[in-house]
Design a protein around this ligand. Sequence first.
Ligand code: ATR
Length: 270
Amino acid sequence: MSSKPRYAVFGNPVQHSKSPQIHQEFAKQENVAIDYDRIYAEIGGFAEAAAAFFAEGGQGANVTVPFKLDAFNFVDEHSERALAAGAVNTIILLGNGKFRGDNSDGVGMVNDIIQARGVPVAGKRILLIGAGGAVRGVIPVLQGHQSAEIVITNRTHAKAEEVAGRFGIRAIAMNELPENHFDIIINGTSGGLNGELPEIAPAVFGACALAYDMVYGKDSEPFLKFAAESGARQTADGLGMLVGQAAFSYQLWRGFEPDIKPVFEYMKDL
Ligand code: ATR
């Protein structure tokens, strides 16, 4: 067995994951050698796969779709962020052998928006589209940044209302959204994976300084193209969020804070 510290990302599917490359770049920055694998788990088989990984010397894990709730149930204790989001994307093996669950998605996204995109969150009116795990994961972190307003909208309005109630934010139906109002509009739906767009009127983007999609690459294109055509001044896909969440996970495991920017540039050109 390798003596290098061992990490992995669990998912289904997982072959497409860029996390191994990103974490290897962070390890170079820290000047250490690590193993970072992709581990495919069967639906319903996450706990078994994770237990086997840690029994074989794993020290930390990332968890992606669709296992963030399974990971939440797997760990012994939760960070406040993970509790608020109801989802775990980072598992940390503690010195006492217990597992701690955290969530680095929100930190990754908000750091990307503020630092890399140069768009402050404080004082801004933010619209979140979608009401699944992706959106729930970022709400508590956005709430910690003194935004002026956070509104959630979703194809199934009842789900938006449920999430809004849980976090004390406002839900507005997609066809009732105010025009020329939101500064930052974030798409957290999975519709782009099928080339589909949320049904939002173009004028909703009238005052939009940044339209952001949590997914990256071609899956983000339909939404970002529509946003730009509707007046959004800047658009960004979720590659910065991906690198940002990875960096925060790495820091949680190793206490080393990676420099995100060169890794983002490297991944962008890959
Ligand atoms: P995740 O955990 O990745 O967020 P999820 O819990 O399945 O995934 O949530 C997917 C989100 O994308 C939901 O908000 C879903 O809307 P519904 O609640 O109405 O299902 C949204 N979504 C998926 N496809 C969509 C589409 N074509 N148009 C608009 N919203 C869509």
